[in-house]
Ligand binder design. Sequence first.
Ligand SMILES: CCCCCCCC/C=C\CCCCCCCC(=O)SCCNC(=O)CCNC(=O)[C@H](O)C(C)(C)COP(=O)(O)OP(=O)(O)OC[C@H]1O[C@@H](n2cnc3c(N)ncnc32)[C@H](O)[C@@H]1OP(=O)(O)O
Length: 214
Amino acid sequence: MTRVSVDDDNRIAVLSPHWKSWAEAAIRQMAPGWQDMTASLGSLQDTLAGAVPPEDVVEEATVLMERARALLEPYEVSGSEQIFGRLLTSATRGQTFSPPLWVDRYEDDELAATTRFGRFHAGNNGVVHGGAIALMFDDALGVTSDLGGRERSRTASLKVDFRSLTPLDRVLEVRVRLTHLDGRKRTLHGTLSDGGRVCAEATGLFIELRPEQQ
Ligand SMILES: CCCCCCCC/C=C\CCCCCCCC(=O)SCCNC(=O)CCNC(=O)[C@H](O)C(C)(C)COP(=O)(O)OP(=O)(O)OC[C@H]1O[C@@H](n2cnc3c(N)ncnc32)[C@H](O)[C@@H]1OP(=O)(O)O
């Protein structure tokens, strides 16, 4: 299959019918500034994680954050109606839980992307937390599992090998391949690299959902 460059506008075309309608329902509900709001929350998380503010700044920031929370609270909806995480056309998916995945190329069984971890995802020693790396792999392998018009799947198993320290605040390369397909079972392998250096590798088993599990 021809390699295709992916931008935010043409991503929707590669989605299976389930994911397409799931994403489009969220997009229909979304106010125009949603992406800016979640980007702002992402920056806030990184800035807060890296700051040591004095008492008056802590107090003022707390008031402002509580004000934003109270502003949003009346608009709470059920999980099936939320927008957060459902913007499959965007690198961040309109969420701040897992790091963004900027997809450069994809095929039916392969994905090439970049990502970046900010201070919010730091562990000790100024490098990325291992759990955040597993989170990124779950997303990247999960997306690749459901490419090529394949039915929706779920992670049954995810094994991560941490090969070297993963730096914060750097654009890192993500490569994922579907390595084995056996009925409903899909095995995927991913790497996270900084230049030529492999930071981590993951192997995941994803199981195609039966109709009653959808
Ligand atoms: C270019 C841009 C394109 C964008 C495209 C976007 C498209 C995608 C869009 C958006 C993706 C978003 C990405 C997010 C991804 C995140 C995914 C998650 O984190 S999912 C949450 C965490 N996972 C769970 O909570 C599962 C909990 N477990 C279960 O629900 C079940 O256990 C399930 C469904 C996984 C399997 O249960 P059963 O009853 O259906 O299947 P059974 O019969 O148990 O297993 C089937 C086969 O699999 C093996 N198997 C099952 N689990 C295994 C395991 N842990 N290890 C090894 N084998 C296992 C079994 O031995 C069996 O093998 P035998 O057919 O007999 O050969």
